[in-house]
Design a protein around this ligand. Structure first.
Ligand SMILES: Nc1ncnc2c1ncn2[C@@H]1O[C@H](COP(=O)(O)OP(=O)(O)OP(=O)(O)O)[C@@H](O)[C@H]1O
Ligand SMILES: Cc1ncc(CO)c(N)n1
Length: 275
């Protein structure tokens, strides 16, 4: 069985972070393991508290899993502090991890901060050079590229600037763009752009008008890592993952009274395997 590692924070509410990643890996039929970087007290309404895990203990988790298990792919999510970004980069380098997907989580859907601002340089200098794919949303892309979070910048320009930090591919996600204002007469689409240093490829899917997008980014990056582990090349992995996240958003589930999570199990349900 293919094995995938997630290095991320715990979401007690179960919609994002480690919990989203392991569910997503499971429905992709790959084995998921985890290094937990931070604990969040969180639900569909927001993040009530955050406690980063002690740095030495994060290092112990890395050594435990890497000394025993060879991972076909890995992903990072919430890394919380500059020191955790640096440690994570060092461990991936030390253990020569291939197929690394970096989701540079900075802010939760609820608006709560999940990364200290001084960690951005560590992402640029240490982690991005090790990544196969980096998957910023528009705000994260602006910050990584050195702009203000709300600056009006062409996503292709952002992708070019981020590519220069050394990842093999950059996926700038379009989930937070003003989609409805840009469509005329055709079903609204949400488009992510993939850059490989030479060409741009658009990945489009149906836009779903909903606030229930808690965990979309985590779920997408866990799906990409799973598809890479299964042997798909990057373009095909992203196409499959885009289809999966669109279906997971569309299949709304009622969990709490705030921004509900996507349905990570949608693939299972469609295959009739969930029951
Ligand atoms: N309303 C929507 N309808 C359809 N697809 C969407 C919608 N919102 C986001 N997506 C898709 O979900 C994926 C994740 O994108 P998004 O921009 O939401 O990530 P994110 O902001 O990192 O997520 P998170 O809010 O979990 O941090 C992308 O493929 C994006 O196109
Ligand atoms: C633990 C965690 N990681 C990532 C996100 C981003 O959605 C979140 N809300 N919580």
């Amino acid at each position: 069985m293919q094995k995938v590692l997630t290095v991320a924070g715990s979401d007690s509410g179960g919609g994002a972070g480690i919990q989203a990643d392991l569910k997503t890996m499971t429905v992709h039929n790959v084995y998921g393991a985890s290094v937990i970087t931070a604990l969040t007290a969180q639900n569909t309404l927001g993040v009530q508290d955050v406690s980063p895990v002690d740095l030495d203990f994060i290092a112990s988790q890395f050594d435990s899993v890497f000394q025993d298990i060879n991972f076909d792919a890995a992903k990072t999510g919430m890394l919380a502090t500059k020191e955790i970004v640096i440690l994570t980069s060092e461990k991936f380098k030390e253990y020569n991890q291939a197929n690394l997907v970096v989701d540079p989580v900075m802010v939760a859907t609820s608006g709560d901060l999940l990364l200290e601002s001084t960690a951005v340089d560590a992402y640029r200098e240490k982690l991005l050079p090790l990544a196969k794919v980096v998957t910023p949303n528009l705000n994260e892309a602006r910050v990584l590229a050195g702009y203000e979070p709300n600056a009006e910048v062409d996503p292709e320009e952002l992708a070019r600037k981020i590519y220069d930090f050394g990842s093999e591919y950059v996926l700038v996600k379009g989930g937070h763009s003003n989609i409805e204002a840009t469509v005329s007469g055709r079903p609204p689409q949400v488009t992510d752009i993939l850059y490989d240093g030479k060409n741009f490829t658009e990945l489009s899917g149906q836009y779903i008008k909903t606030n229930n997008t808690h965990g979309t980014g985590c779920t997408l990056s866990a799906s990409i890592a799973s598809n890479l582990a299964l042997g798909l090349e990057v373009g095909k992995a992203l196409e499959a993952s885009k289809q999966y996240i669109t279906r997971a958003i569309k299949d709304e589930i009622e969990i709490g009274s705030g921004n509900n999570p996507v349905n990570h199990l949608v693939k299972c349900i469609e295959r009739g395997e969930a029951t």
